[in-house]
Design a protein around this ligand. Sequence first.
Ligand code: E4P
Length: 219
Amino acid sequence: MKFFVDTADIKDITDLAETGMVDGVTTNPSLVAKTGANFFDVLKDICAIVSGPVSAEVTATDSDGMLREADKLTAIADNITIKVPLTWDGLKTCKKLTSQDVMVNVTLCFSANQALLAAKAGATFISPFIGRLDDLALDGMQLIQEIRQVYDNYDAIETEILVASIRSANHVKDSALIGADVATIPPNVLRGLINHALTDKGLAAFLADWEKTGQSILS
Ligand code: E4P
């Protein structure tokens, strides 16, 4: 499963990219607003750090406007992926852009039928928002399961399932168990994936025993 990092924070992206775990980045208008920085500057900076897909969301709601915005955004770098909302205008835009070999991430997906529409529009990625479903006491993971099953029923579907709105390490593990293609993960959740008390305890014991030998590997 590919890991995208779900942030527009350059410091977090730089830091996590150094771990070799970052295959791409997703941004949205709320994440960009949080940085307080210029959208184009942020995207340029991110694309200079990460060579994989970097999602940049349009803000127009009509297809012509989305296409005009997409033109400006794709000029930033080759790895810009245009993010469009799951509306008829978004799907129309998706169809046009993907037929011109522009990568498109269809966002704000909350049902398997919506995911099917995005696949038929040729989406590169579909972004089902699992955390926002869980917030309403619905089952985000069940949606991922359903989309996986629907997509696997049809060889012609190449759209990748990009699990979004991830809130926990369990969301990441369950996405991988289901066979989602990508998880876009907030920096704090990504950093937390490594944690295990037995790893810390085991390492402390090994180091303590090594200390007792009085040896050094380098001398
Ligand atoms: C990413 O593409 C989505 O915009 C993001 O994961 C949404 O996350 P949220 O539901 O925590 O805002």
